[in-house]
Design a protein around this ligand. Structure first.
Ligand SMILES: [Zn+2]
Length: 159
């Protein structure tokens, strides 16, 4: 039970709750796939990782502690390499991959992050039929507010 609860960390819960409220159905912590993705939207061919900035070495804010810095650097670099390997493997299997960093779920930018995630999910679902979508996507730090405009264009292209 404790093991299950530790998998349901708050950032992951935020993303799942949003997806659920928007009508998406997913599987979580899918052990059969490389890296045990936090969220799998099978119908969309999408996996989502929610990464803690420290453990996964987010370049923006994943600071290495001053004490034992060699140890931490090695450990975090190891995690980064493992993440990279898992994502490569998933890509080869045909999955589209999104990485959401913990800091992108801070209250000030959370709504925008989730909104952009949903946009990307729908967009790549559509792109899937055009066979030219990039396989990986990361929400950039403070993404530009162009989502609303894109939504209009997206609606037009649908026909
Ligand atoms: Zn971060």
């Amino acid at each position: 039970m404790a093991k299950i609860r530790s998998k349901d960390t708050k950032p992951e819960w935020l993303v799942r709750r949003y997806l659920f409220s928007r009508g998406y159905r997913y599987r979580k912590n899918v052990k059969g796939l490389p890296g045990t993705p936090d969220i799998v939207l099978r119908k969309y061919g999408i996996v989502i990782f929610i990464h803690g900035c420290f453990w996964h070495g987010h370049e923006v804010d994943g600071h290495i502690p001053h004490s034992n810095s060699d140890y931490w650097r090695r450990k975090i670099e190891h995690n980064q390499q493992r993440d990279e390997k898992n994502k490569e493997a998933l890509k080869k299997m045909g999955w589209k991959i999104m990485t959401i960093w913990e800091c992108q779920l801070k209250p000030a930018i959370r709504e925008q992050t989730l909104y952009e995630m949903e946009y990307w999910i729908n967009h790549s679902f559509l792109e899937h039929y055009r066979q030219k979508s990039p396989n990986t996507y990361e929400i950039i730090e403070n993404p530009p507010c162009i989502v609303a405009d894109n939504m209009v264009e997206y609606g037009k292209k649908k026909e």
